[in-house]
Write a protein that binds this ligand. Structure first.
Ligand code: SAH
Length: 217
């Protein structure tokens, strides 16, 4: 699988450069590239799709849900400006791939999935792969994870109509939330919401994206 993975990394870097004027990111930091290299993506897709695991595209994972496109996983990870001591909340565990990539870069991940079957399978898979710094919970991610807050970064991996207030509340000063926002199924803007040291919130829309919807639970 390693040549396929290197090819995926080259395609991701090209797309990062093509979108740099919108995202402000010209290159992935080495820690993110290394994370993408280390996480065995073929373990996160259905067995019959293993041959396509390193194609730079989203793939179906069952229950009408998808594993995000590798470029999207990379740029979302990059956009929260991840640091090794960070605690990060993810909404929409899905198969657990984004959580695994984050877990290679930051200290601790809290991830919430609304579909029990997917969340339980992801938790099992992540444990098998040895990720002991990822906590998965079944529930409605719109409420966040108050007991573990505040978070240095929050990633929402499903398309929302609005930014849930609980998530902004649970963001630490200096923290960044990245969330696809938009009304239609096939169109959202990837929004970056930064909370400054004084607690003031600044938002910018960076990129057109297409995510499955964030449900109301
Ligand atoms: N992070 C995944 C992509 C997941 S797709 C990856 O690494 O590829 C989006 C996921 O969000 C789906 O599994 C869906 O069931 C979940 N989801 C949708 N609405 C949700 C909600 N309100 N709370 C928690 N999870 C939700």
């Amino acid at each position: 699988m390693s040549e396929a993975c290197e090819q995926m990394l080259r395609e991701i870097e090209q797309e990062v450069q093509l979108t740099a004027n919108r995202t402000g990111c010209h290159r992935l930091r080495p820690a993110v590239v290394e994370a993408l290299r280390r996480v065995p993506r073929e373990r996160f897709v259905p067995p019959e799709l293993a041959a396509q695991a390193y194609v730079n595209r989203p793939l179906p994972i069952g229950r009408n849900q998808t594993i995000s496109q590798p470029y999207i996983v990379a740029i979302m990870t990059e956009l929260i400006d991840p640091g090794p001591d960070d605690r990060v909340l993810e909404i929409g565990t899905g198969c657990g791939y984004q959580a695994a990539v984050l877990a290679e870069v930051v200290d601790t991940i809290y991830s919430i999935e609304s579909i029990p079957e997917l969340g339980e399978a992801a938790a099992e898979r992540l444990a098998e792969l040895g990720y002991d710094n990822i906590h998965v919970r079944i529930g409605n991610g719109r409420a966040g994870w108050p007991d573990a807050a505040p978070f240095d970064g929050i990633l929402v991996t499903a398309g929302a109509e609005d930014v849930p207030a609980a998530l902004i509340e649970q963001l630490a000063p200096g923290g960044t939330l990245v969330i696809p926002v938009g009304a239609g199924r096939w169109g959202q803007q990837l929004r970056r919401v930064h909370k400054d040291a004084a607690g003031a919130v600044h938002s910018e829309d960076l990129l057109a994206v297409a995510f499955v919807p964030l449900t109301h639970g």
